[in-house]
Design a protein around this ligand. Structure first.
Ligand SMILES: Cc1cc2nc3c(=O)[nH]c(=O)nc-3n(C[C@H](O)[C@H](O)[C@H](O)COP(=O)(O)OP(=O)(O)OC[C@H]3O[C@@H](n4cnc5c(N)ncnc54)[C@H](O)[C@@H]3O)c2cc1C
Length: 510
């Protein structure tokens, strides 16, 4: 790299009025949204994505003729970022709540309904029958101490894991029987590892405001979907991938330069000596030069503003030659997750025997999956489209920070697609309590998400604050995406928009 660069000359900060030539690297939801907000503000945007389709983890696939989400399938409603974006894109009337039947949790002693009024499995109403069923009388008594203890317990420490907070305030049974299964299902990581302030922002502050952890959870749940209290998640009729479709359509209409199958392989500051130095509008020297490859061709693009919206390890790898100070902050890649989607003809599932699905406690050894979503029970629009008797069931495998049977068995033996489908059929039969066999299969698909779900380990908040301050010292650079904003659509959409708004506001002040 060093010999390819003529000079790492200090470049001019953003000092010219928009439109800036902007390059966005990564076309997941964060990159697409950054591109959208920047072009709306008058920036001239080019976006590259290495893969064959837009949306990153908000993907789609077709199984037995049904178009389904292959990654994210819902969004948290603790903020209104996603529903507002949907409305802006003309999808406001497609925002829906899932079936209120709720999910189940599989414990070492069998399945019980998951309390419906929780956040991350932390219950808000200790009097609910499902809470008593899951915890037993002694577990409820211990959890109730939460309301009697001082608010400083769990709120004064600088950083804290989800497990430490729950253990301190509500006890071990709440942690092991409710929180651990939910956290493993949603974040693919152990509650011992996860930074509570990243995965449940505002919850610790809520203890101070409302007097207890249960009350803080209740307050978050009351915010619900927009003005409707209750549902912790929302979805879109047609699937979450329709949000990506709508964004891509808007970007294309707006004339944003969009390039799929273009992997960005290097990023330079200043000039490069073995290629004609690209200039951007007005022939000014380029603060950033992005080198891309597409099959056997490659090229360069000069830009004044660089938005990195890839996963964390890739962002650091691409920027490190120019910003070696980022290297100590390289995030660990997320666990290897496999999603097995089964479309089956099993009329007994019309009664939704396990509500919207099942989360499996990490200590359960008889089930390999970490979670099962009964998609046709969860989303009415999907059941309407498949018709009675036909069901979509999605099982997920792989989690970090625990040593469950699934991590060991599935990663060590590199199972084939048919091994995974056979395992999924066996797990579905156990979890749903209804025989789901190969003969019932109308179609199946296995999607592998490698390192795509980074988890926020304790201390992540501080680490990212540091990365932000390093990036802020470099004019014309924005680092965004789930590793910077927190995982999940609610965090990614609100975080990306906040960052882009700051760039646009700063450009207006010049
Ligand atoms: C299986 C799964 C299920 C999930 N379910 C949910 C859910 O139900 N609800 C929820 O809220 N969240 C869910 N999430 C999390 C959520 O999907 C992500 O947090 C969010 O989509 C991340 O968006 P992003 O744009 O930051 O990153 P990504 O979606 O990872 O996008 C990054 C993009 O960068 C591209 N890229 C990488 N390197 C390069 C390069 N060198 N050059 C060019 N392009 C590059 C990639 O191709 C990719 O498209 C799920 C995630 C997974 C993996």
């Amino acid at each position: 790299m060093e010999n390819r660069r003529k000079a790492a000359k200090a470049f001019t900060p953003l000092s010219h009025p928009a439109p800036y030539q902007t390059v966005v690297v990564g076309g997941g939801i964060s990159g697409l949204l950054a591109a959208w907000d920047l072009q709306e503000a008058g920036f001239k945007v080019t976006i590259y994505d290495a893969s064959a389709s837009w949306g990153g983890c908000v993907g789609r696939h077709e199984v037995a003729g049904v178009v389904l989400d292959s990654g994210a399938e819902s969004f948290a409603t603790r903020n209104t970022a996603v529903s507002e974006l949907a409305a802006e894109l003309g999808l406001g009337d497609k925002v829906v709540e899932p079936n209120p039947a709720g999910a189940w949790v599989w414990l070492p002693d069998g399945p019980v309904p998951l309390p419906r009024t929780g956040v991350l499995g932390i219950p808000s109403d200790l009097g609910a029958p499902e809470v008593r069923q899951a915890l037993g009388a002694s577990g409820v008594l211990r959890a109730a101490l939460d309301a009697k203890m001082p608010v400083n317990i769990g709120t004064t420490e600088a950083t804290m894991s989800v497990a430490d907070l729950v253990r301190a305030r509500m006890g071990k049974r709440v942690l092991e029987r409710l929180v651990a299964p939910v956290v493993a299902g949603v974040h693919s990581a152990s509650a011992e590892l996860l930074d509570v302030d990243v995965v449940a922002p505002g919850l610790r502050a809520g203890i101070r405001d409302h007097g207890s952890l249960a009350a803080a959870v209740a307050a978050q749940r009351d915010r619900g979907l927009g003005s409707k209290p209750g549902a912790a998640v929302g979805g879109l009729v047609g699937g979450m991938h329709t949000l990506v479709d709508a964004l891509v359509e808007k970007l294309q209409e707006a004339g944003v330069s969009m390039h799929l199958g273009h992997k960005v392989k290097a990023i330079y500051r200043g000039d490069i000596d073995d290629a004609p130095t690209p200039t951007y509008d007005g022939g000014e020297p380029s603060p950033w030069i992005v080198e891309w490859e597409h099959g056997t061709t490659h090229g360069y693009l000069a830009a004044k503003l660089l938005v990195m919206a890839t996963d964390g390890p890739m962002a650091v790898k691409l920027l490190a030659p120019e910003m070696p100070e980022l290297l100590p902050f390289t995030p660990a890649p997320g666990p290897d997750i496999r999603l097995v989607t089964l479309v089956v003809d099993v009329p007994e599932l019309d009664s939704a025997p396990r509500g919207t699905g099942v989360l499996v406690a990490p200590s359960v050894e008889t089930i390999t999956a970490k979670a099962l979503t009964h998609s046709t029970a969860k989303w009415h629009w999907l059941a309407d489209s498949t018709g009675p008797g036909t069901h979509v069931v999605r099982l997920s495998y792989g989690r970090a920070g625990t040593k469950p049977a699934d991590a060991v068995r599935l990663t060590a033996n590199t199972p084939t697609e048919s091994d995974l489908i056979a395992t999924a059929l066996a797990d579905a039969t156990t979890m749903l309590g209804v025989e789901v066999s190969e003969a019932d299969l109308l179609g199946a698909d296995v999607v592998r998400w490698q390192g795509a779900l980074p988890f926020a380990a304790v201390g992540h908040h501080e680490k990212i604050a540091h990365v932000h301050s390093l990036a802020n010292d470099v004019p014309g650079l924005v680092l965004t995406g789930a590793w910077m904003t927190g995982n999940g659509l609610a965090a990614v959409v609100s975080g990306t928009r906040r960052q882009i708004r700051a760039v646009v506001d700063a450009s207006k002040r010049l």
